[in-house]
Ligand binder design. Structure first.
Ligand code: HAM
Length: 403
């Protein structure tokens, strides 16, 4: 038997209901915030992710589904959504046009990670990207959007917040951090020594418990921010507080993608095991320029849909539409004809086989239909249809012409 690849799942049945409920909820909230849908290709040039997510990131250095296509192009399945949206933004010359552009998207992402609970090789994200707003109010606004989405789905969370500074305050901080790590280099892991060469800030994200203890004493970027970054971070915290969004400051939150500056955040859940990040994002004011566009401030987030599925509270099951069935063979054609006409305006579940009433009622209940409608030879002779309202538990016989 051919099975799906490791870390790649089918989304079916109850999960699918939760999945679509999530997409519908998140979509309507993103629209309320003024975002427009964008769909970008699953396959992009590998160079796009190398330049944006960063050569030294785990995503690019270890986890890409990368191959040479039949035209000798170096391509890969997208590991995340931001780079493709920025590419589209620059390609459509929206950077040159100026103004504010806000997009939302959802779809599969691919990372060749070691699969475990909550960590897949194909997973789905819902994300937004906002271009053209420098104000930190936009950062607050997208954080509040994630909060609105999670609240609407009944999902509890903790919000972790940090500032990664800008091109003025980050380089001197980086040098301080490098000096610190060099002073403790006999005690930190090999990965951290390697990170000193590639991306020193990522040492703060090291999962090795010894390193984590050592970095508690490392210099904190948050204490070295320039005035502008510090003011913005203070304003962000105030807006969140004014709007009843609780947060924790996590000075070691550096994110696994290289394009961030200033605001960085993660929403985590304490109820889903070790892969606890349910959403992440931040500001990336330099990325448009890195991808050959005109410098444009930008900020965004992505939510990992699979990690949320088991947490989503579904609304009370609402019965909807019709179930149609025949009690006798000779009624089947009429049942099909009535189904076709009802389907122009309603959801209809149809059974092609003649069955007794009890079986039809059971099937209608399973299909969550509001009405169970059946026709047998009696009804055929009288031009009627038997209808039971499964919600109100009432039944009636209706003339076909009035159905
Ligand atoms: P990210 O933190 O890499 O950010 O991913 C966002 C979310 O996707 C994570 O919080 C997690 O819920 C989910 N996720 C990531 N990897 C996996 C996996 N292997 N299996 C299941 N779920 C996973 C980004 O991707 C950025 N593009 C977010 C962003 C948008 N920043 C600015 N704009």
């Amino acid at each position: 038997m051919i099975k799906s690849l490791r870390g790649m799942n089918d989304i079916m049945s109850e999960d699918y209901q939760r999945f679509t409920h999530f997409i519908e909820t998140a979509t309507s909230i993103a629209k309320r915030y003024g975002y427009h849908f964008i769909e970008t290709p699953l396959l992009e040039e590998t160079a796009l992710f190398k330049r944006s997510v960063g050569d030294s990131s785990d995503i690019v250095s270890k986890e890409m589904y990368q191959f040479i296509d039949k035209g000798d192009n170096d391509v890969c399945l997208r590991p995340e959504g931001t780079a493709g949206v920025v590419r589209a933004f620059v390609q459509k010359k929206l950077d040159k046009a100026g103004g504010i552009h806000r997009f939302f998207y959802h779809g599969p992402m691919f990372r060749y990670e070691r699969p475990q609970k909550g960590r897949l090789r194909e997973f789905h994200q819902f994300g937004v990207e906002s271009f053209g707003v420098e104000s930190v109010y936009e950062d607050a606004s997208i954080i509040m959007m994630v909060s609105d989405i999670l609240n609407a789905l009944g999902i509890g969370y903790r919000l972790q917040l940090n500032s990664l500074g800008c091109s003025e305050c980050m380089p001197p901080y980086r040098q301080n951090l490098v000096n610190f790590v060099k002073s403790v280099k006999d005690r930190v892991c090999e990965d951290c020594i390697r990170r000193l060469e590639t991306n020193p800030i990522r040492v703060l994200d090291c999962k090795n418990p010894t390193c984590q203890t050592i970095y508690r004493d490392a210099p904190k970027l948050i204490s070295s921010l320039c005035k502008n970054c510090d003011d913005d971070f203070t304003t962000l915290k105030k807006i969140l507080k004014d709007n009843d969004i609780n947060y924790e400051i996590d000075t070691n939150l550096v994110r696994g993608l290289d394009y961030y500056s200033k605001t960085a955040f993660e929403f985590v859940s304490d109820n889903i095991g070790s892969q606890s990040a349910i959403a992440g994002g931040g500001r990336y004011d330099r990325l448009v320029e890195f991808l050959d566009g005109k410098a444009t401030p930008a900020v965004g987030f992505a939510i990992g849909i699979e990690r949320l599925l088991e947490l989503i509270e579904m609304p009370q099951n609402q019965r909807e539409g019709y179930y149609m069935g025949a009690l006798d063979e000779e009624a089947i054609d009429l049942v099909v004809k009535l189904t076709q006409s009802k389907r122009k305006t309603h959801k209809v579940t149809l059974d092609y086989k003649a069955k007794n009433l009890q079986k039809h009622l059971k099937a209608a209940d399973k299909a969550d239909a509001k009405f169970c409608c059946v026709i047998g030879s009696n009804e055929l002779n009288n031009d009627t249809i038997w209808v039971k309202n499964l919600q109100e538990k009432t039944e009636e016989i209706i003339k076909i012409e009035d159905f």
